[in-house]
Design a protein around this ligand. Structure first.
Ligand SMILES: N[C@@H](CCC(=O)N[C@@H](CS)C(=O)NCC(=O)O)C(=O)O
Length: 214
């Protein structure tokens, strides 16, 4: 019998301040897939990262076979397949209308977080080089995506009556904005999303993967 203790180990590269890395780590924890976390920054640990990942793009997931996967969406797809083979319910349904619904809500959360990451990168520029119109555009796009998710969240979860990848990616997005870019979080605008985040951030799989704030 294969148990969590005897499973071959996956390796996940990247810090949990990256929402992309965090959603993969939470998904692995949810499925009970043990992994080694290689906690290196794409900016601060370039010399250590170069031999592992000269693309300096995270997350990178190394499978027990040594195969390396880039792009969190493809990593989640691999993990869902793994879960299905292990007899677990995949966080993104494998086909049908519910799959599309989950994926489209994941897409909205991913758009929101991509704009938030864009805002975070703008802060790395010397102030004379900041393009204010671009910053405003990013902010507005992030807001529209979050507004749409807020309007869609009618019940306990974004799709159906159980947690899906739409909830994980949305809550990770909120975590990134609220804790990494707190001044970008519009207080009281998103009560339903805040409620979802409070509930999920208190679950074992989220607590096991805290945002790194260095
Ligand atoms: N679409 C990618 C986005 C990953 C991403 O942008 N990661 C950031 C960290 S949050 C990164 O690697 N930044 C370094 C760079 O792009 O040079 C995914 O979902 O994996």
């Amino acid at each position: 019998m294969t148990t969590a203790d005897t499973l071959p180990v996956h390796q996940l590269l990247g810090l949990f301040d990256s929402p992309y890395v965090r959603r993969v780590a939470i998904t692995m924890t949810h499925y009970g897939i043990p992994f080694e976390h290689v906690s290196l920054s794409v900016f601060r640990h370039m010399d250590q990262m170069r031999p592992l990942n000269p693309l300096f793009k995270v997350p990178m997931l190394t499978l027990p076979s040594g195969e390396k996967l880039y792009e969190s969406a493809y990593q989640l797809d691999y993990l869902d397949e793994w879960a299905e083979q292990a007899g677990l319910q995949a966080l993104t349904p494998r086909h049908g209308a519910q799959r599309r619904e989950v994926l489209q809500k994941v897409a909205l959360a991913t758009i929101a977080v991509e704009k938030a990451v864009g805002l975070a990168y703008e802060r790395r520029r010397p102030s004379a080089l900041v393009w204010n119109e671009w910053v405003e555009r990013l902010r507005e796009q992030m807001k529209v995506a979050l507004d749409q998710l807020e309007a869609m969240l009618k019940g306990e979860y974004l799709v159906g009556s159980r947690m899906s990848q739409a909830d994980i990616t949305t809550v990770v997005t909120l975590g990134f904005i609220r804790f990494v870019l707190p001044e970008e979080w519009p207080i009281a605008r998103y009560p339903a999303l805040e409620n979802l985040a409070a509930r999920l951030e208190a679950t074992p799989e989220f607590l096991a993967v805290p945002i790194d704030k260095e």
